[in-house]
Design a protein around this ligand. Structure first.
Ligand code: GDP
Length: 425
């Protein structure tokens, strides 16, 4: 059984909790794209953790956690996240990192930061984790794979070639001192030695696991609307967070994927720049932001306040479509218990016409949300695990959303903790 967990919206849908919960019953948990630029919040018996690069299976000693070749691997971030987990008393997790994973280097972070500064008001809301410069290097074939860190001379040569162009930008566009290939070679060679025990041919491991019928969980980051091809370009990320890419970024046969679980919140939230039609403002937003998530809606990576809004059925239907979702998990349902009425965005108005499809970015910027108000349940449902014990209005909310989105909602999350979950099958 191979399951993929992905975001149906802008990211931060609560995938970490769902992944952590399903990881308990998995043999392997795999990261297939992105880097340390987003964060999952996981709350379990060991405490609260914000994971950035480590797969969510690290709390379960039986799970082999895999970082696939599609991931942007910052070796320092990886090693320090691992150390911080161990320092909190978690048993050393089983970990395998693809030898083909590319290395996110200090200068990617520096370039990202300098570029956001240069762009000023025109910036794209980067987390300044170096993701865009990293993937630019990867596709320009000037990136460096983890396996290349192990040969000092080879590494020096590759870095020298890569820095030739970068140093022109550094000195003449950003007015920054040039980067030194020798210093970088020493630093990353040393990091390569520390990474070496984790490096493996993860595609071979995964293909063997598929053949052996193991339970594999592929863990996506961000959400469908951040996909560079299908999302709200250019307010997207630089690698595909789609389930379809999971096969590539992990190194697993596409036909092996049996289930695609898209995750959405019971309302909407988005961190970073971009277009968000059902966003709300003022006191109404402040209240939802304060009540959302486990400690308010603030980015797990950046601490930035997230934009919040009502559930957007148009965006989520589209998100499920591009993800190829076979089912939907809805998180943060407990958060809405304070409202008399809950607006749901059922369509958009574009230039006087009602549309139900998710348009291209220039049109999306002009749409106005069309709301339908559903009755609230005015009850604290936190921790409820039985669907039929939820208030009638709450079940109607879930069923209306399911009808609007057209994907079965099989998992409802009623609180941030692992056990606060309600299955609907
Ligand atoms: P991810 O990147 O998709 O894993 O999402 P995040 O972890 O960044 O954001 C989800 C937030 O919602 C975190 O603060 C979680 O602890 C919290 N969360 C997840 N599920 C629930 C839920 O059902 N109820 C509440 N109140 N918080 C939840």
């Amino acid at each position: 059984m191979v399951r993929v967990i992905v975001g149906a919206n802008w990211g931060d849908e609560g995938k970490g909790k769902i992944t952590d919960m399903l990881a308990e019953h998995s043999d392997l948990v795999v990261r297939f794209q992105g880097g340390a630029n987003a964060g999952h919040t996981i709350i379990n018996e060991f405490g609260k953790f914000a994971l950035h690069l480590l797969p969510s299976g690290i709390f379960h000693p039986q799970v082999l956690n895999v970082i696939g070749p599609g991931v942007a691997l910052d070796p320092e971030a990886f090693l320090s996240e691992l150390e911080s987990i161990l320092a909190r008393g978690i048993r050393h997790p089983k970990l395998a990192v693809s030898s083909r994973a590319q290395i996110l280097m200090d200068f990617h972070i520096l370039l990202d930061t300098l570029e956001e500064e240069r762009l000023g008001g025109r910036k794209f809301g980067s987390t300044k984790s170096g993701i865009a410069p990293f993937y630019s290097d990867k596709y320009a074939k000037t990136g460096i794979q983890a396996c290349e860190l192990l040969d000092r001379d080879h590494l020096h040569e590759r870095l020298t070639n890569s820095l030739e162009k970068k140093n022109v930008l550094m000195e003449h566009l950003y007015r920054h001192e040039a980067l030194d290939a020798q210093l970088l070679t020493e630093k990353y060679y040393a990091l390569g030695q520390r990474l070496k025990p984790f490096l493996a041919d993860t595609s071979a491991i995964l293909n063997d696991a598929v053949k052996a019928g193991k339970k594999i969980l592929l863990e996506g980051q961000l959400g469908a609307l951040r996909d560079p091809d299908h999302g709200i370009y250019p307010f997207t990320t630089s690698s595909s967070p789609l389930a379809g890419f999971a096969a590539v970024g992990a190194g697993i046969p596409p036909w092996a994927i049996t289930e695609v679980i898209a995750v959405t919140k019971a309302y909407s939230s988005s961190v970073g720049a971009g277009v968000f039609p059902s966003m709300i403002m003022g006191d109404e937003a402040e209240e939802l932001r304060r009540r959302g998530g486990d400690a308010g809606e603030y980015g797990a990576k950046t601490g930035r306040p997230r934009d919040v809004g009502w559930f957007d059925a148009v965006a989520t239907r589209y998100g499920c479509l591009v993800q190829g979702a076979t089912s939907l998990a809805m998180t943060n349902l407990d958060v809405l218990g304070y409202l008399d009425e809950i607006p749901v965005c059922v369509a958009y108005e574009l230039d006087g016409n009602i549309i139900r499809h998710f348009p291209v970015t220039p049109d999306l910027k002009r749409v106005k949300p069309v709301y339908e108000a559903l009755p609230g349940w005015k009850t604290d449902i936190r921790g409820e695990t039985a669907y039929n014990k939820l208030p009638r209005e709450c079940r109607e909310y879930v069923e209306t959303v399911q009808r609007l989105v057209g994907t079965p909602i099989t998992i409802l999350s009623t609180g941030p903790r692992r056990e606060e979950i309600c299955w609907r099958i």
